[in-house]
Ligand binder design. Structure first.
Ligand code: GLC
Length: 465
């Protein structure tokens, strides 16, 4: 009974938070019984019920039974439930409940901020985006005090550094991410291309040719899909366009606001030109999963997305293009090199958790080599533990992990460190400005000029000469 009340309270709390964030589709929800992963979820629910109902109050009283609430963005993959179950099987007395937060990283951050503001103990463990350590540090425990100092040496040093604020490790690296170009190997062959596009010019030409050819049979077919909705994902895509046109990094690592420059203008004008030509008009409402739906349905030649999309496009049950998927670096601009935005997620523990020891122990296991290997093989998530990139099982599941290693390790970071604790505000200003150009509400030179002023106000930093 107590359990049901707790879940109900948790659900209500998150429904309220989600409602105040906007999107009903994205509502956070407790999800033990609400996903499609029947088998795993039933087991999770049963175990939960057993632990709490059978051992119940007695165990709670002597401090043995603890529930850890682990929140992350949706859709939560089956593997997350599997990992939680593995941990519960190995750790008697600990129950892990997964809370499915909003889909968009921007909305998920809103949920976290409200949870923190309320100093709520209903969330113990959180997946945090690589851009959030600076903005969220004050609400998160120092994982080094819970044993992480002994294991961080195995992870990419740059990510550990990114997650370290004032000497405190506020999140343990879980997986990393980098923007990639997905292409249809069969369609390249059909239209006599022997390699994926190396430049944006080539991509435009190939996407148009393939689209023209395929639309004769399939009116839904489009050349290129990406993330054009006004949210954090657009910041990632647009940073790639700008950086690959030699247009800087929005705010450069030395603190210069560099975004208002002719190369950035050219990059945004190019992307705006894709909308309604080689990309559907609706792309300005697309997040990752929208692009992936078009891709998995076989309705596009090219897609910009993160590595997670690879395993899902090889999934016989949900994909029409198994075996027809190539992965390459994103194209380069006229004189630029290609650029991939650095993404990725960390496991953090809330300052307001009532079970910091148990939560931190779970965080340590989730980020361990054992768990990261499972995520890499089943979900094509990039490990943050370097040695897994030479692991034969990982490479067999994801051949591109070896080929594109340099892309992953040279990915360009968003300006989250230099603008902290105002990164999110900076990014919101940036993606809204870019979105206004994509939809034709504003022209690129004006949008970037106004954006420069906004970023000055938000950060107190100054533009370059
Ligand atoms: C991916 C990246 C994350 C980024 C998000 C944007 O989840 O890992 O860093 O912020 O996409 O949608």
């Amino acid at each position: 009974m107590k359990k049901i009340l707790r879940l109900l309270a948790l659900f209500l709390a998150f429904a309220l938070i989600a409602a105040s964030c906007g999107g009903s589709d994205d509502s956070a929800e407790t999800s033990t019984d609400e996903t499609t992963d029947g088998a795993t979820d039933e087991t999770t629910a049963d175990t939960t019920a057993d632990t709490t109902a059978d051992e119940g109050d007695e165990a709670m009283a002597d401090g043995d039974a603890v529930t850890i609430n682990w929140i992350q963005g949706s859709p939560v993959r089956d593997t997350a439930y599997e990992l939680a179950q593995m941990y519960m099987d190995a750790t008697p007395g600990v129950t892990v409940e997964i809370i499915e937060g909003p889909t968009s990283a921007t909305d998920l951050l809103g949920t976290y901020l409200q949870t923190f503001e309320a100093q709520s103990s209903e969330v113990d463990v959180l997946n945090i985006d690589v851009i959030w350590p600076g903005d969220l540090a004050e609400h998160l425990l120092d994982m080094n005090e819970y044993g992480a100092a002994d294991v961080t040496g195995a992870h990419f040093p740059a990510i550990v550094e990114n997650n370290t604020r004032d000497g405190r490790l506020v999140g343990i690296p879980f997986f990393t991410d980098a923007g990639l170009l997905y292409y249809r190997t069969d369609l390249l062959e059909k239209y006599n291309y022997d390699a994926p596009p190396a430049t944006w010019d080539e991509l435009e030409e190939m996407a148009q040719t393939i689209q023209d050819g395929e639309q004769a049979e399939n009116p839904d077919f489009t050349g290129f899909v990406w993330q054009g909705n006004a949210y954090e994902g657009l910041t990632c895509d647009a940073l790639e366009w700008i950086k690959s046109h030699d247009g800087g990094e929005i705010v450069d690592p030395d603190g210069t606001i560099s975004v208002n420059n002719p190369n950035a203008v050219a990059a945004l004008e190019r992307a705006a030109g894709w909308v309604g030509t080689i990309s559907p008009t609706g792309v300005t409402g697309f997040q990752e999963e929208d692009s992936r739906a078009v891709w998995n349905a076989g309705n596009t030649a090219f897609m910009r997305n993160w590595p997670y999309a690879y395993s899902l496009s090889q999934d016989e049950e949900n994909s029409t293009i198994v075996g027809l998927v190539g992965v390459a670096p994103l194209p380069a601009g006229p004189d630029g090199a290609p650029a991939a935005t650095l993404g990725g997620w960390q496991i953090a523990v809330s300052q307001y958790s009532e079970h910091p020891d148990e939560a931190a122990a779970f965080a340590l296991w989730l980020t361990s080599e054992e768990s990261q290997k499972i995520n890499a093989i089943q979900e094509s998530l990039l490990p943050t533990i370097e040695s897994l990139y030479t692991d034969a099982d990982v490479l067999e599941a994801n051949p591109f992990f070896g080929d594109l290693y340099d892309v992953f390790t040279n990915a360009v970071a968003r300006p989250s460190t230099v603008t902290a604790p105002n990164y999110n505000q900076t990014s919101v200003a940036f993606f809204n400005a870019v979105h206004s150009v994509l939809t034709g509400e504003n022209d690129a030179p004006t949008a970037l000029e106004e954006l420069e002023l906004d970023i000055e106000d938000i950060t107190g930093l100054s533009p370059g000469s």
